[in-house]
Design a protein around this ligand. Structure first.
Ligand code: A2P
Ligand code: MG
Ligand code: MG
Ligand code: MG
Length: 306
């Protein structure tokens, strides 16, 4: 018997994210990035546009009734067969579907696509920071996610790895590690900082601060034991930045919320900006304890964006 929709959607998303990753590498190799400025500190390249077309055309062909929202807006879905992914990841399909997801109807899903997270870093050559994010929400909550890293160097020299997480099932595609117990390491933005972002960091007195690009890459740092918390007290991230990372992190026992401790809603009609910032913890440190240390000007700035 065929697997439930969520399992087939996850399995196709794994292969689609990989294909998008190879498109991202191809665009870089050809060297013509086709950069467009969407707004302040907000770039789009040919890689963002092409990867999004590949992902949305592929997923919507196999799942025509499921709502899919991509960062780069409405795309031309008339793509070459070469960009159309139709084969699901067989390994993933050997898992059994958690009971709570077996009978979800198509109209209860929303898929959030960030075809290239870390665009600013991509244009500046920080290629490790780049990820492809496909997040699956069920009835407003982030429950499944793919984080594909196109430039990860595998031991054999091959490029790219694909991390997945599904609540109730777990995670795959990487080695789970814990950060050092005698430190408190915070990861944060390298390209979108401001005074409030800095005030939040100062209040937490971390032993180390790691500044890297992308919401996907920062959550990878939590998953792999390089940091305890991801702190970003700014409205810059959007639902496609956090849906997949939240699902993967929480499938492994971590937490991702806004800076006030509330989960974002991922229904199809929500506003796209994550106006109250992003706070993620790996499960070893207390989320509530971090929030309790935030100064009133940071909390006020996040609340005023409600
Ligand atoms: N001010 C902003 N304008 C546009 N995108 C932003 C902004 N701040 C954050 N982002 C998005 O959130 C991601 C994580 O932020 P940061 O790297 O600053 O921590 C960025 O890579 C970017 O996603 P994207 O690269 O997909 O446009
Ligand atoms: Mg962008
Ligand atoms: Mg992004
Ligand atoms: Mg993006």
């Amino acid at each position: 018997m065929s697997q439930p929709t969520i399992m087939r959607l996850m399995a196709l998303s794994i292969n689609t994210a990989k294909r998008a990753g190879s498109i991202i590498r191809d665009v870089m190799q050809k060297g013509n990035l086709g950069i467009v400025e969407k707004g302040k500190d907000d770039l789009q390249t040919e890689a963002d546009r092409s990867a999004q077309r590949c992902i949305i055309a592929s997923l919507s062909k196999s799942f025509p009734e499921i709502k899919i929202i991509g960062e780069e807006g409405g795309s031309d879905l008339n793509v070459n067969n070469d960009w159309l992914v139709t084969k699901a990841d067989e390994d993933f399909l050997t898992n059994s579907c958690p009971k709570q997801w077996r009978d979800i109807k198509d109209d209860e899903f929303v898929v959030w696509v960030d075809p290239l997270d870390g665009t600013s870093e991509y244009t500046q050559g920080f290629l490790d920071h780049v990820t492809v994010l496909i997040g699956i929400a069920v009835n407003n909550s982030a429950v499944g996610g793919i984080i594909h890293q196109p430039y990860f160097k595998n031991p054999g020299g091959e490029l790219g790895r694909t991390i997945w997480g599904l609540k109730g099932l777990g995670t795959g595609g990487f080695e789970r590690l814990s950060p050092p117990k005698d430190k408190f390491i915070v990861t944060t933005t390298r390209s979108h900082s401001n005074a409030i972002v800095q005030a939040a960091l100062d209040a937490l007195s971390p032993t180390d601060i790691i500044k890297v690009g992308g919401a996907g890459y920062k959550v990878l740092q939590l998953l792999e034991g390089k940091a305890h918390a991801y702190v970003f007290a700014s409205p810059g991230c959007k639902k496609w930045d956090t849906c997949a990372p939240e699902a993967v992190l929480e499938a492994q026992g971590g937490t991702l919320t806004d800076m006030l401790g509330n989960h974002y809603s991922y229904g199809s009609d929500v506003l796209h900006p994550n106006a109250q910032g992003v706070l993620a913890t790996n499960g070893d440190v207390s989320h509530a304890n971090i929030i309790s240390k935030l100064p009133s000007n940071v909390l006020e700035a996040m609340r005023s964006k409600c």
